[in-house]
Design a binder for this molecule. Structure first.
Ligand SMILES: [Zn+2]
Length: 492
Protein backbone atom coordinates (compact mmCIF):
# COMPACT_ATOMS: atom_id res chain seq x y z
CA UNK A 1 0.00 0.00 0.00
CA UNK A 2 1.36 3.35 -1.05
CA UNK A 3 1.67 6.03 1.57
CA UNK A 4 -0.65 9.02 1.66
CA UNK A 5 0.83 12.34 0.61
CA UNK A 6 -1.45 14.32 2.84
CA UNK A 7 -2.99 13.54 6.20
CA UNK A 8 -5.37 16.35 7.04
CA UNK A 9 -6.47 17.19 10.54
CA UNK A 10 -9.85 15.85 11.73
CA UNK A 11 -11.97 18.61 13.23
CA UNK A 12 -14.20 18.09 16.20
CA UNK A 13 -17.78 18.30 14.96
CA UNK A 14 -16.76 17.18 11.49
CA UNK A 15 -18.68 14.48 9.68
CA UNK A 16 -16.52 11.39 9.26
CA UNK A 17 -17.41 11.05 5.61
CA UNK A 18 -16.45 14.68 5.10
CA UNK A 19 -13.06 13.80 6.55
CA UNK A 20 -12.69 10.82 4.25
CA UNK A 21 -13.64 12.97 1.25
CA UNK A 22 -10.97 15.49 2.18
CA UNK A 23 -8.33 12.81 2.58
CA UNK A 24 -9.36 11.26 -0.72
CA UNK A 25 -9.42 14.62 -2.50
CA UNK A 26 -6.05 15.73 -1.17
CA UNK A 27 -4.43 12.47 -2.15
CA UNK A 28 -5.85 12.42 -5.66
CA UNK A 29 -8.37 9.60 -5.32
CA UNK A 30 -11.48 9.66 -7.46
CA UNK A 31 -13.67 9.28 -4.39
CA UNK A 32 -13.71 7.75 -0.91
CA UNK A 33 -14.55 4.30 -2.27
CA UNK A 34 -11.15 4.21 -3.93
CA UNK A 35 -9.48 5.54 -0.80
CA UNK A 36 -11.04 2.82 1.35
CA UNK A 37 -10.26 0.20 -1.26
CA UNK A 38 -6.68 1.38 -1.05
CA UNK A 39 -6.90 0.88 2.72
CA UNK A 40 -8.05 -2.71 2.23
CA UNK A 41 -11.83 -2.44 2.11
CA UNK A 42 -12.97 -4.93 -0.46
CA UNK A 43 -16.42 -3.68 -1.46
CA UNK A 44 -17.96 -4.20 -4.86
CA UNK A 45 -17.64 -1.26 -7.30
CA UNK A 46 -15.59 0.65 -4.77
CA UNK A 47 -18.63 1.41 -2.68
CA UNK A 48 -18.50 1.95 1.06
CA UNK A 49 -20.91 1.41 3.96
CA UNK A 50 -21.66 5.11 4.34
CA UNK A 51 -24.66 4.83 6.63
CA UNK A 52 -22.98 2.35 8.93
CA UNK A 53 -19.85 4.47 9.13
CA UNK A 54 -21.96 7.44 10.22
CA UNK A 55 -23.87 5.47 12.83
CA UNK A 56 -20.74 3.77 14.13
CA UNK A 57 -22.06 0.31 13.24
CA UNK A 58 -19.15 -0.12 10.88
CA UNK A 59 -15.74 0.06 12.52
CA UNK A 60 -13.62 2.43 10.48
CA UNK A 61 -10.63 2.26 12.84
CA UNK A 62 -8.65 -0.52 11.05
CA UNK A 63 -8.86 1.35 7.74
CA UNK A 64 -7.80 4.65 9.29
CA UNK A 65 -4.95 2.79 10.95
CA UNK A 66 -3.95 1.24 7.64
CA UNK A 67 -3.82 4.71 6.14
CA UNK A 68 -1.92 5.99 9.15
CA UNK A 69 -4.68 8.48 9.83
CA UNK A 70 -5.82 9.63 13.26
CA UNK A 71 -8.69 7.72 14.80
CA UNK A 72 -11.97 9.58 14.43
CA UNK A 73 -15.18 9.34 16.40
CA UNK A 74 -18.59 9.82 14.90
CA UNK A 75 -20.63 12.30 16.93
CA UNK A 76 -23.69 10.56 15.56
CA UNK A 77 -22.97 7.18 17.18
CA UNK A 78 -24.25 8.05 20.68
CA UNK A 79 -27.33 9.72 19.17
CA UNK A 80 -28.02 6.72 16.93
CA UNK A 81 -27.68 4.35 19.89
CA UNK A 82 -30.56 6.09 21.67
CA UNK A 83 -33.00 4.89 19.01
CA UNK A 84 -34.71 1.64 19.90
CA UNK A 85 -36.13 -0.63 17.24
CA UNK A 86 -39.93 -0.69 16.86
CA UNK A 87 -40.44 1.81 19.66
CA UNK A 88 -38.64 4.73 18.00
CA UNK A 89 -38.69 6.13 14.50
CA UNK A 90 -36.33 4.33 12.11
CA UNK A 91 -35.43 7.64 10.48
CA UNK A 92 -32.55 9.70 11.74
CA UNK A 93 -29.99 10.17 8.97
CA UNK A 94 -30.12 11.43 5.41
CA UNK A 95 -29.39 9.11 2.53
CA UNK A 96 -27.61 11.79 0.53
CA UNK A 97 -25.44 14.56 1.94
CA UNK A 98 -26.50 18.18 2.31
CA UNK A 99 -24.27 21.13 3.06
CA UNK A 100 -24.23 24.80 3.96
CA UNK A 101 -21.99 26.22 1.20
CA UNK A 102 -21.03 29.23 3.34
CA UNK A 103 -19.99 27.14 6.34
CA UNK A 104 -18.13 24.85 3.98
CA UNK A 105 -16.25 27.85 2.57
CA UNK A 106 -15.39 29.19 6.03
CA UNK A 107 -14.56 25.89 7.76
CA UNK A 108 -13.32 23.69 4.94
CA UNK A 109 -15.27 20.69 6.24
CA UNK A 110 -18.85 19.46 6.66
CA UNK A 111 -20.59 19.39 10.01
CA UNK A 112 -21.97 16.10 11.25
CA UNK A 113 -25.32 17.75 12.11
CA UNK A 114 -26.11 18.18 8.44
CA UNK A 115 -26.64 14.43 8.25
CA UNK A 116 -29.53 14.59 10.68
CA UNK A 117 -32.81 14.59 8.74
CA UNK A 118 -34.60 17.56 10.35
CA UNK A 119 -31.52 19.78 10.17
CA UNK A 120 -32.78 21.55 7.09
CA UNK A 121 -30.89 24.81 7.29
CA UNK A 122 -27.85 26.56 8.69
CA UNK A 123 -28.91 28.76 11.56
CA UNK A 124 -25.72 30.82 11.45
CA UNK A 125 -26.10 31.80 7.80
CA UNK A 126 -29.88 31.48 7.74
CA UNK A 127 -29.63 29.47 4.54
CA UNK A 128 -31.31 26.28 3.50
CA UNK A 129 -28.86 23.37 3.16
CA UNK A 130 -28.00 22.38 -0.40
CA UNK A 131 -28.35 18.79 -1.63
CA UNK A 132 -29.46 19.27 -5.24
CA UNK A 133 -27.70 21.07 -8.07
CA UNK A 134 -29.94 24.04 -8.91
CA UNK A 135 -29.48 23.61 -12.68
CA UNK A 136 -28.90 19.94 -13.36
CA UNK A 137 -31.05 18.64 -10.49
CA UNK A 138 -28.24 16.18 -9.61
CA UNK A 139 -27.91 15.02 -6.04
CA UNK A 140 -24.84 15.86 -4.05
CA UNK A 141 -23.05 12.56 -3.51
CA UNK A 142 -20.96 10.95 -0.80
CA UNK A 143 -18.76 9.76 -3.65
CA UNK A 144 -18.02 13.23 -5.02
CA UNK A 145 -14.42 13.98 -5.88
CA UNK A 146 -14.28 17.37 -4.24
CA UNK A 147 -15.82 18.22 -0.92
CA UNK A 148 -17.27 21.52 -2.14
CA UNK A 149 -18.35 20.54 -5.65
CA UNK A 150 -21.04 18.50 -7.32
CA UNK A 151 -19.68 15.85 -9.66
CA UNK A 152 -19.27 16.96 -13.28
CA UNK A 153 -19.43 20.58 -12.22
CA UNK A 154 -16.48 22.86 -12.12
CA UNK A 155 -18.04 25.48 -9.86
CA UNK A 156 -18.31 25.16 -6.10
CA UNK A 157 -21.60 24.46 -4.36
CA UNK A 158 -23.50 27.71 -4.13
CA UNK A 159 -25.88 28.89 -1.46
CA UNK A 160 -29.56 29.22 -2.28
CA UNK A 161 -31.00 32.61 -1.46
CA UNK A 162 -34.61 31.56 -1.08
CA UNK A 163 -36.34 33.14 1.90
CA UNK A 164 -36.39 30.69 4.74
CA UNK A 165 -39.52 29.93 6.76
CA UNK A 166 -39.40 30.85 10.46
CA UNK A 167 -40.75 27.40 11.29
CA UNK A 168 -37.74 25.81 9.57
CA UNK A 169 -35.30 27.93 11.58
CA UNK A 170 -37.15 27.14 14.80
CA UNK A 171 -37.10 23.42 14.09
CA UNK A 172 -33.37 23.49 13.25
CA UNK A 173 -32.58 25.39 16.42
CA UNK A 174 -34.59 22.89 18.39
CA UNK A 175 -32.88 19.88 16.81
CA UNK A 176 -29.48 21.45 17.32
CA UNK A 177 -30.27 22.02 20.99
CA UNK A 178 -31.16 18.33 21.26
CA UNK A 179 -27.88 17.36 19.62
CA UNK A 180 -25.67 19.64 21.65
CA UNK A 181 -27.61 19.71 24.90
CA UNK A 182 -27.58 23.51 24.80
CA UNK A 183 -30.44 25.54 26.20
CA UNK A 184 -33.60 25.38 24.17
CA UNK A 185 -35.26 28.45 22.76
CA UNK A 186 -38.68 29.64 23.86
CA UNK A 187 -40.36 28.84 20.56
CA UNK A 188 -40.56 25.10 21.11
CA UNK A 189 -44.09 23.64 21.07
CA UNK A 190 -45.16 22.60 24.56
CA UNK A 191 -45.78 19.03 23.46
CA UNK A 192 -42.05 18.60 22.81
CA UNK A 193 -40.89 19.93 26.17
CA UNK A 194 -38.64 17.55 28.02
CA UNK A 195 -38.37 14.97 25.25
CA UNK A 196 -35.16 13.30 24.14
CA UNK A 197 -34.21 13.32 20.48
CA UNK A 198 -35.47 9.77 19.82
CA UNK A 199 -38.78 10.61 21.47
CA UNK A 200 -39.33 13.90 19.74
CA UNK A 201 -38.24 12.69 16.29
CA UNK A 202 -40.59 9.73 16.66
CA UNK A 203 -43.41 12.08 17.51
CA UNK A 204 -42.61 14.38 14.59
CA UNK A 205 -42.34 11.52 12.10
CA UNK A 206 -45.52 9.95 13.39
CA UNK A 207 -47.45 13.14 12.71
CA UNK A 208 -45.71 13.64 9.36
CA UNK A 209 -46.72 10.13 8.34
CA UNK A 210 -50.41 10.68 9.08
CA UNK A 211 -50.42 14.15 7.58
CA UNK A 212 -49.00 12.74 4.36
CA UNK A 213 -51.49 9.93 4.41
CA UNK A 214 -54.32 12.38 4.44
CA UNK A 215 -53.10 13.66 1.10
CA UNK A 216 -52.78 10.10 -0.17
CA UNK A 217 -49.00 10.27 -0.24
CA UNK A 218 -46.47 8.78 2.09
CA UNK A 219 -43.73 10.13 4.31
CA UNK A 220 -40.49 8.41 3.39
CA UNK A 221 -37.99 11.00 4.58
CA UNK A 222 -34.86 9.13 3.57
CA UNK A 223 -35.51 9.43 -0.14
CA UNK A 224 -36.75 13.01 -0.04
CA UNK A 225 -34.66 15.98 -1.00
CA UNK A 226 -34.14 18.73 1.54
CA UNK A 227 -36.80 20.97 0.04
CA UNK A 228 -39.55 18.38 0.08
CA UNK A 229 -38.52 17.23 3.53
CA UNK A 230 -38.70 20.84 4.69
CA UNK A 231 -42.31 21.12 3.56
CA UNK A 232 -43.28 18.07 5.60
CA UNK A 233 -41.41 19.16 8.72
CA UNK A 234 -42.71 22.70 8.47
CA UNK A 235 -46.30 21.46 8.47
CA UNK A 236 -45.64 19.24 11.46
CA UNK A 237 -43.93 22.05 13.34
CA UNK A 238 -46.85 24.41 12.75
CA UNK A 239 -49.26 21.70 13.81
CA UNK A 240 -47.35 21.03 17.02
CA UNK A 241 -47.61 24.70 17.91
CA UNK A 242 -51.41 24.44 17.80
CA UNK A 243 -51.51 21.16 19.70
CA UNK A 244 -53.86 19.44 20.51
CA UNK A 245 -56.55 21.26 18.51
CA UNK A 246 -54.56 20.77 15.32
CA UNK A 247 -54.33 17.04 16.00
CA UNK A 248 -58.07 16.88 16.53
CA UNK A 249 -58.50 18.68 13.22
CA UNK A 250 -56.20 16.15 11.54
CA UNK A 251 -58.18 13.25 12.96
CA UNK A 252 -61.40 14.97 11.98
CA UNK A 253 -60.25 15.24 8.38
CA UNK A 254 -60.10 11.47 8.10
CA UNK A 255 -63.87 11.49 8.17
CA UNK A 256 -63.97 13.13 4.76
CA UNK A 257 -61.06 11.11 3.48
CA UNK A 258 -61.35 7.56 4.69
CA UNK A 259 -58.45 5.32 3.90
CA UNK A 260 -60.30 3.38 1.27
CA UNK A 261 -63.44 3.49 -0.81
CA UNK A 262 -65.02 1.31 1.84
CA UNK A 263 -66.46 4.41 3.48
CA UNK A 264 -67.01 3.85 7.15
CA UNK A 265 -64.94 0.70 6.95
CA UNK A 266 -62.06 2.84 5.74
CA UNK A 267 -62.50 5.24 8.59
CA UNK A 268 -62.52 2.46 11.13
CA UNK A 269 -59.40 1.11 9.48
CA UNK A 270 -57.75 4.51 9.78
CA UNK A 271 -58.39 4.83 13.46
CA UNK A 272 -57.52 1.23 14.12
CA UNK A 273 -54.30 1.60 12.22
CA UNK A 274 -53.45 4.74 14.17
CA UNK A 275 -54.36 3.09 17.42
CA UNK A 276 -52.26 0.05 16.72
CA UNK A 277 -49.21 2.06 15.83
CA UNK A 278 -49.62 4.21 18.91
CA UNK A 279 -50.05 1.12 21.01
CA UNK A 280 -46.96 -0.56 19.61
CA UNK A 281 -44.77 2.50 20.17
CA UNK A 282 -46.28 3.72 23.44
CA UNK A 283 -43.06 3.09 25.37
CA UNK A 284 -41.75 6.11 23.53
CA UNK A 285 -42.74 9.14 25.60
CA UNK A 286 -43.32 11.27 22.49
CA UNK A 287 -45.69 8.70 21.02
CA UNK A 288 -47.37 8.30 24.41
CA UNK A 289 -48.22 12.00 24.28
CA UNK A 290 -49.93 11.54 20.92
CA UNK A 291 -51.69 8.47 22.22
CA UNK A 292 -53.08 10.33 25.22
CA UNK A 293 -54.62 12.90 22.91
CA UNK A 294 -55.83 10.27 20.47
CA UNK A 295 -57.58 8.37 23.26
CA UNK A 296 -59.20 11.60 24.43
CA UNK A 297 -60.38 12.39 20.92
CA UNK A 298 -61.91 8.98 20.33
CA UNK A 299 -63.63 9.02 23.68
CA UNK A 300 -65.05 12.45 23.00
CA UNK A 301 -66.08 12.25 19.37
CA UNK A 302 -66.15 8.62 18.33
CA UNK A 303 -66.88 6.61 21.41
CA UNK A 304 -66.87 3.01 20.42
CA UNK A 305 -65.16 3.47 17.09
CA UNK A 306 -62.61 1.10 18.53
CA UNK A 307 -64.53 -1.82 19.94
CA UNK A 308 -63.60 -2.41 23.57
CA UNK A 309 -61.85 -5.68 22.85
CA UNK A 310 -59.51 -3.83 20.51
CA UNK A 311 -58.43 -1.56 23.31
CA UNK A 312 -57.06 -4.43 25.31
CA UNK A 313 -55.97 -6.73 22.56
CA UNK A 314 -54.81 -5.78 19.13
CA UNK A 315 -56.78 -7.59 16.49
CA UNK A 316 -55.83 -6.79 12.97
CA UNK A 317 -58.57 -8.67 11.26
CA UNK A 318 -61.84 -8.29 13.02
CA UNK A 319 -64.67 -9.17 10.67
CA UNK A 320 -67.01 -6.87 12.56
CA UNK A 321 -66.83 -3.18 11.95
CA UNK A 322 -67.95 -1.12 14.87
CA UNK A 323 -69.70 1.60 12.90
CA UNK A 324 -72.80 0.04 11.44
CA UNK A 325 -75.76 1.05 9.33
CA UNK A 326 -79.29 1.61 10.52
CA UNK A 327 -80.40 -1.61 8.88
CA UNK A 328 -77.74 -3.62 10.70
CA UNK A 329 -78.72 -1.87 13.92
CA UNK A 330 -82.37 -2.87 13.49
CA UNK A 331 -81.27 -6.43 12.71
CA UNK A 332 -79.27 -6.70 15.94
CA UNK A 333 -82.18 -5.28 17.92
CA UNK A 334 -84.67 -7.53 16.18
CA UNK A 335 -86.85 -4.52 15.50
CA UNK A 336 -88.08 -2.39 12.66
CA UNK A 337 -86.15 0.62 11.35
CA UNK A 338 -88.51 3.10 13.05
CA UNK A 339 -87.56 1.65 16.41
CA UNK A 340 -83.96 2.82 15.84
CA UNK A 341 -85.17 6.41 15.39
CA UNK A 342 -87.16 6.18 18.59
CA UNK A 343 -84.17 4.88 20.53
CA UNK A 344 -82.16 7.81 19.22
CA UNK A 345 -84.92 10.19 20.39
CA UNK A 346 -84.65 8.62 23.83
CA UNK A 347 -80.87 8.96 23.67
CA UNK A 348 -80.50 5.23 24.18
CA UNK A 349 -78.48 5.11 20.98
CA UNK A 350 -76.16 7.92 19.95
CA UNK A 351 -75.83 8.13 16.18
CA UNK A 352 -72.55 9.10 14.52
CA UNK A 353 -72.87 11.06 11.33
CA UNK A 354 -70.62 9.78 8.62
CA UNK A 355 -70.79 11.31 5.17
CA UNK A 356 -74.06 12.97 6.05
CA UNK A 357 -75.74 9.74 7.09
CA UNK A 358 -76.48 8.45 10.57
CA UNK A 359 -74.61 5.34 11.62
CA UNK A 360 -74.52 3.50 14.90
CA UNK A 361 -71.92 1.93 17.12
CA UNK A 362 -72.12 -1.82 17.23
CA UNK A 363 -70.96 -2.14 20.83
CA UNK A 364 -73.61 0.36 21.95
CA UNK A 365 -76.35 -1.36 19.97
CA UNK A 366 -75.31 -4.78 21.23
CA UNK A 367 -75.18 -3.56 24.81
CA UNK A 368 -78.70 -2.19 24.44
CA UNK A 369 -80.01 -5.35 22.78
CA UNK A 370 -78.41 -7.33 25.56
CA UNK A 371 -80.09 -5.18 28.19
CA UNK A 372 -83.48 -5.89 26.62
CA UNK A 373 -83.01 -9.64 26.24
CA UNK A 374 -81.49 -10.09 29.68
CA UNK A 375 -84.54 -8.48 31.31
CA UNK A 376 -88.22 -9.40 31.34
CA UNK A 377 -91.16 -8.51 29.22
CA UNK A 378 -94.54 -8.21 30.96
CA UNK A 379 -95.43 -11.80 30.02
CA UNK A 380 -92.09 -13.17 31.19
CA UNK A 381 -92.40 -11.36 34.53
CA UNK A 382 -95.98 -12.65 35.06
CA UNK A 383 -94.75 -16.16 34.37
CA UNK A 384 -91.78 -15.82 36.72
CA UNK A 385 -93.75 -14.32 39.61
CA UNK A 386 -96.83 -16.42 38.86
CA UNK A 387 -98.90 -13.29 39.09
CA UNK A 388 -101.69 -11.96 36.93
CA UNK A 389 -100.95 -9.07 34.61
CA UNK A 390 -103.19 -6.91 36.80
CA UNK A 391 -101.21 -7.77 39.96
CA UNK A 392 -97.88 -7.20 38.28
CA UNK A 393 -99.06 -3.85 36.98
CA UNK A 394 -99.96 -2.86 40.56
CA UNK A 395 -96.48 -3.74 41.74
CA UNK A 396 -94.94 -1.76 38.87
CA UNK A 397 -97.16 1.26 39.56
CA UNK A 398 -96.22 1.16 43.24
CA UNK A 399 -92.50 0.97 42.33
CA UNK A 400 -92.13 -2.27 44.27
CA UNK A 401 -90.67 -3.74 41.10
CA UNK A 402 -88.52 -1.50 38.98
CA UNK A 403 -89.04 -0.85 35.35
CA UNK A 404 -86.40 -0.15 32.73
CA UNK A 405 -88.87 0.92 30.08
CA UNK A 406 -92.54 1.86 30.09
CA UNK A 407 -94.79 1.83 27.05
CA UNK A 408 -95.30 5.33 25.71
CA UNK A 409 -95.26 7.07 22.37
CA UNK A 410 -91.64 5.96 21.86
CA UNK A 411 -91.75 2.45 23.32
CA UNK A 412 -94.23 -0.31 22.73
CA UNK A 413 -93.19 -2.71 25.47
CA UNK A 414 -92.47 -2.91 29.13
CA UNK A 415 -88.98 -3.90 30.16
CA UNK A 416 -88.91 -5.13 33.72
CA UNK A 417 -85.75 -5.20 35.77
CA UNK A 418 -85.02 -8.88 36.15
CA UNK A 419 -82.17 -8.69 38.64
CA UNK A 420 -84.05 -6.32 40.93
CA UNK A 421 -87.09 -8.63 40.78
CA UNK A 422 -84.98 -11.63 41.67
CA UNK A 423 -83.26 -9.75 44.47
CA UNK A 424 -86.67 -8.81 45.89
CA UNK A 425 -87.79 -12.45 46.03
CA UNK A 426 -84.43 -13.48 47.52
CA UNK A 427 -84.76 -10.96 50.32
CA UNK A 428 -88.32 -12.12 51.06
CA UNK A 429 -87.12 -15.72 51.19
CA UNK A 430 -84.46 -14.80 53.72
CA UNK A 431 -87.09 -13.38 56.08
CA UNK A 432 -89.38 -16.40 55.73
CA UNK A 433 -89.84 -19.07 58.41
CA UNK A 434 -88.79 -22.47 57.27
CA UNK A 435 -90.33 -24.40 60.11
CA UNK A 436 -93.67 -26.13 59.87
CA UNK A 437 -96.34 -23.41 60.01
CA UNK A 438 -98.27 -23.34 63.31
CA UNK A 439 -102.04 -23.55 63.43
CA UNK A 440 -103.95 -20.38 62.75
CA UNK A 441 -102.00 -19.35 59.67
CA UNK A 442 -103.80 -18.42 56.45
CA UNK A 443 -102.94 -19.20 52.85
CA UNK A 444 -101.78 -16.74 50.21
CA UNK A 445 -105.34 -16.49 48.90
CA UNK A 446 -106.60 -16.21 52.47
CA UNK A 447 -104.36 -13.30 53.38
CA UNK A 448 -105.37 -11.49 50.22
CA UNK A 449 -108.99 -11.95 51.19
CA UNK A 450 -108.21 -10.24 54.49
CA UNK A 451 -107.51 -7.07 52.52
CA UNK A 452 -103.87 -7.53 51.66
CA UNK A 453 -103.56 -6.50 48.03
CA UNK A 454 -100.42 -7.74 46.32
CA UNK A 455 -98.66 -4.43 46.98
CA UNK A 456 -99.70 -4.25 50.62
CA UNK A 457 -98.78 -7.92 51.06
CA UNK A 458 -95.20 -7.50 49.90
CA UNK A 459 -94.70 -4.30 51.86
CA UNK A 460 -96.05 -6.04 54.98
CA UNK A 461 -93.72 -9.01 54.39
CA UNK A 462 -90.80 -6.60 54.07
CA UNK A 463 -91.69 -4.59 57.17
CA UNK A 464 -92.25 -7.62 59.37
CA UNK A 465 -95.93 -6.87 59.86
CA UNK A 466 -96.61 -10.34 58.48
CA UNK A 467 -94.93 -13.55 59.49
CA UNK A 468 -94.81 -16.02 56.63
CA UNK A 469 -93.67 -19.48 55.67
CA UNK A 470 -91.91 -20.59 52.57
CA UNK A 471 -91.97 -23.75 50.43
CA UNK A 472 -89.50 -23.61 47.57
CA UNK A 473 -90.61 -24.27 43.98
CA UNK A 474 -87.59 -25.28 41.92
CA UNK A 475 -89.36 -24.67 38.63
CA UNK A 476 -90.50 -21.19 39.64
CA UNK A 477 -87.78 -19.77 41.88
CA UNK A 478 -89.24 -16.25 41.63
CA UNK A 479 -92.82 -17.27 42.29
CA UNK A 480 -94.84 -15.43 44.90
CA UNK A 481 -96.73 -18.68 45.41
CA UNK A 482 -93.71 -20.10 47.24
CA UNK A 483 -94.94 -18.08 50.20
CA UNK A 484 -97.65 -20.39 51.41
CA UNK A 485 -98.72 -19.41 54.92
CA UNK A 486 -99.21 -16.04 56.60
CA UNK A 487 -99.94 -14.72 60.04
CA UNK A 488 -100.43 -11.15 61.13
CA UNK A 489 -98.02 -10.30 63.93
CA UNK A 490 -99.83 -9.04 67.03
CA UNK A 491 -98.31 -5.86 68.21
CA UNK A 492 -97.95 -5.47 71.94
ZN1 LIG B 1 -23.70 27.94 7.40
Amino acid sequence: MGKLLSRPYFYSGECQISYLIRVSEQNGFKHIGHLLHHAGLDWKNNRAPIHQILTGEFDLAPYLLALNLPETQSEITPIFQKFKRVVDTPYLLVKYPKVCPECLKELGYCKYEWNILPVLACIKHRKILVDIHPDSGNRLSWYRQYLNKFDNDSGVVRAINHPIQPAVIQLCKYVESLLTGRKKSASIPVILHGLEINESLSLIHFIAHYQARLLACSFKPVGMDNKELGQHYQKVWEMLHAWPDSFYALLGQYIDRPMSSKGVGGLNKHYRDLYERLHRQQENRGIARIKAEFDRYIEQYWPGVLAPERLTRIKLTSPNRNIISKKETARILGSRLERVDKLVQQEKLIPVVFKGKAHYLRNQVEAFANEITSNWTMAEACEAFQLTRYQLKQLLDADVISVLQKPDSLNRDWVIDKSQSQALIDSLREKAHRTLPPSGVVSLVGIQRQGYSIVRLILAMQSGELQYWFVPDIDHPSSIKQFTSFKVKRIG
